[in-house]
Design a protein around this ligand. Sequence first.
Ligand SMILES: Nc1ncnc2c1ncn2[C@@H]1O[C@H](COP(=O)(O)OP(=O)(O)O)[C@@H](O)[C@H]1O
Ligand SMILES: [Mg+2]
Length: 463
Amino acid sequence: MCIQARGAAGAGAEQVLRRESPSGMRAPRPRDALKPVSDKFIKEEEKLDNFYIMRTPLTNPFQPGSDIVPDIWAGRAEQLADWRDVVRPRRHAGLYETGRTILGEPGTGKSSLVRRIARDAAASGDWVTPQLRIPSGADPLKIVASALLKLADRAGLVSSARTTVLDLLARVEQVAISGFALSVRSGDGQEPSSALFDLLVEVGLAAIRQDAVVVIHIDEVQNMTNEAALSQLLIALGDALVHTVEVDAPGAGPIESYLPIAVYLTGLPDFEDMAGARKGATFARRFRTTTLTAIDESDLREALRPLMTAGWTTQADDGALEPVRMSSAAVAAVVALCCGEPYLFQLAGQRAWNAGAGPEVSQDDVLAGWRGASSEAAAHVERILNRLPRREREFVDAMTALPPAERNITRIAQEMGMTSATQVGPFSQRLDTVRGIISRGKQYSFRNRAVEAYLTTDWPQVD
Ligand SMILES: Nc1ncnc2c1ncn2[C@@H]1O[C@H](COP(=O)(O)OP(=O)(O)O)[C@@H](O)[C@H]1O
Ligand SMILES: [Mg+2]
């Protein structure tokens, strides 16, 4: 797992001196030899002739963090195609398609994925809620009601002359203010879910008229711990997904049509138990769950290819463009170190970029940057491990204690001190299907390679 450092340190600066500019301009000088760009005394022709190396934290395209659609995007082609080729066209055509639930351990890129889908949808004219993050213990009905009111505004419903619509907006405003408490108070059979559902239908009808698709993204859904509020919300969304209206199809007369509404729920795998157990078959029919796991190495390499070839174009204050490249050894090092984890991929890239100022990110930069980030990398894996219930953690530990060739269910059970393999079945199943941490089969293996590396090697340390 560990990568041997190779190449002379400081080569970057020398390269700066020797390097030919791609556009035939004068080769750039080392950074500290440059005059400040804003210097009023630089003559005009000097400004045009010189261009400045802009490999700084400011131009860094890597973005570790949460809830970010990163500039350097890798993989997830299947999920992006699912939106582009299935969910959007089907709901747009009035056909049924379930909502999507995208679950995964922290840092697997759930929020980024749906934010990207929503961003692309908004850019092509669809009506999109922002990412509706549910803070722990918050009332999701208030949050969703507020977002629906904004969509209603976008749909032009707020200026409607119909009193039924205005009454409906007033009902949803009440939900936005009081949330779940409304259902307890009102006692008139008017549950918050029915107000939300009614408004979803109105927004959906307006979307049909204006040829848009409505996208609703609710994030951190595992934080909806109020069972009754969660149930109200899932009923409103689920009912809107299965609701049909009559629309006039040119030449075919009135036809039954589903509303152009797409719902994405994202969060930790714990949501599967919460929603699955409580809502049972209805929830399962109306939402399809995908568990995100690591990104393939080939997808990560592909994502970094533009940095290797054309380079990442950075712009100096004076408007000159300067590409920063990444060596192929640096790309290989980033891909190896991050173990397929999107967060670690961004972290390794970010630190490598910041480890030098030359026009090429070298393997040394990757290793130097990673050394400074190894505690963050370890913390990332610990966050995943520490969330595991005791038995699942024991299962993972038992797996790592065995040589890969001996990781079968019987040996793992023995290692855990169990007498039969069936006793450990439920833990291994959850680690596989719910969390995406292991892969079951005749032989068991790790799908989360960062967890494996952390428990079985020196990773994230590098020599
Ligand atoms: N497909 C991707 N390619 C590259 N980086 C990604 C991708 N998806 C997510 N990331 C990065 O991973 C980090 C965690 O993403 P995030 O969506 O917040 O994870 P989650 O919501 O699953 O906790 C962010 O820094 C983000 O930029
Ligand atoms: Mg997230």
